[in-house]
Design a protein around this ligand. Structure first.
Ligand SMILES: [Zn+2]
Length: 352
């Protein structure tokens, strides 16, 4: 095992509340009894079955075996829960285990709108979107907040999601064109100019089939925007702790390179991208070869693990700890109100 710290000892890395602990034990119990079934998979990018084990648990302390493909460097979970097991897990334990996964409220919708702004500006900055009205289609749109932002910019929008509660909220409260469906079930009369997948692809079990469907729903000029949590930013976004990055709802763990390999294999080419990961693809005119990311990914994982203990002493670590400590200190000294007024004043000045 590359990271012995991630052995399957059931100990959570996150501090769990009582309900989370109960859910974690419930899932573990079902896994032990075989109620939640598992399946072995080969690398979905290069089909090789040769891999090295990275770890055996996720941040909640659930059994979660992650592997790196020695041929192409893709990091994936195997064995993993079957689709049937995941369907039950999403219905029963997911929301309570992943606290902060909110219900369909205005606050959730506003958060999505912020995300929409961020995606819009990424496309704008990379000159992938202009002022012409386009047809923007989102898979896994939740309540549709991302689409709402694009609609305000004059684009035609449509979205699909499997969460009925979210879809109904977006339809009824914000008058958005949303449906409860998968992409394969859709029969789009018009092919989209932009297809968005924001934090969706890492949850889909048959990613090659999904990409085939994207292709069938695209025209030559269609741009597919993909956003997934990137492994190579663990040192930035996960306090240099890969264990907090691994969560059992994600079965694939991408770098910009491995995401590109997946799309290349399925007949797409990358137009733009970063390690966050945000990336844009379109149909390829000629088929490129995939390039192995094994050495680079493995080296990143091992180096990040080695430097993990130094994180609190880095500039990023000091900043992060201050961000966490300041609200606590302000609460304890009853000066939070003053800080809030100060923050309001500062942001007002910035926006003026
Ligand atoms: Zn592979």
């Amino acid at each position: 095992m590359l990271l012995p710290r991630l052995k399957n000892d059931h100990i959570p890395e996150l501090k769990l509340n009582d309900l989370q602990n109960k859910m974690k034990d419930q899932v573990s119990g079902k896994v032990d009894k075989g109620v939640y079934e598992f399946e072995e998979i080969a690398c979905p990018i290069c089909s090789s079955a040769k891999n090295e084990v990275i770890g055996e648990k996720d941040r909640y302390g659930l059994f979660f075996k992650t592997n790196i493909c020695t041929a192409c460097g893709f990091v994936y979970t195997s064995p993993r829960m079957t689709q049937g097991a995941y369907n039950q897990f999403y219905n029963i334990e997911y929301r309570q285990l992943y606290v902060g996964k909110e219900t369909a409220t205005q606050a959730f919708f506003d958060g999505q709108k912020q995300k929409g702004k961020y995606i819009y500006h990424f496309l704008k900055k990379n000159k992938l979107i202009g002022d012409n009205p386009l047809f923007v289609f989102e898979v896994g749109c939740g309540a549709g907040g991302i689409l709402d932002f694009f609609r305000k910019k004059g684009h035609k929008v449509k979205g699909i999601d499997l969460g009925k509660e979210y879809v109904e909220y977006g339809k009824n409260t914000h008058n958005l064109d949303l449906e409860t469906a998968t992409l394969a079930e859709m029969n789009l009369a018009e092919k989209p100019d932009i297809i968005i997948y924001s934090h969706v692809l890492e949850h889909i079990l048959d990613i090659n089939e999904e990409l085939e469907t994207i292709k069938a729903c695209s025209k030559e000029s269609t741009l597919t925007y993909i956003e997934v949590p990137g492994i190579k930013e663990v040192h930035k976004n996960y306090e240099a702790n890969i264990l907090t990055y691994f969560q059992n709802a994600h079965t694939f763990h991408f770098t910009l390179e491995t995401l590109t390999n997946l799309f290349t294999k399925n007949g797409f080419q990358r137009i733009s991208g970063n390690q966050f990961v945000q990336a844009v693809f379109k149909q390829a005119t000629n088929q490129d070869k995939i390039e192995s990311d094994y050495e680079a990914s493995k080296s990143y994982i091992l180096t990040t693990e080695k430097n993990r203990k130094l994180y609190p002493f880095t500039v990023r670590g000091i900043k992060r700890n201050l961000q966490k400590a300041v609200p606590v200190i302000l609460d304890k000294t009853h000066t939070r109100g003053i800080a809030r007024s100060l923050k309001r004043l500062l942001t007002q000045n910035r926006s003026n």
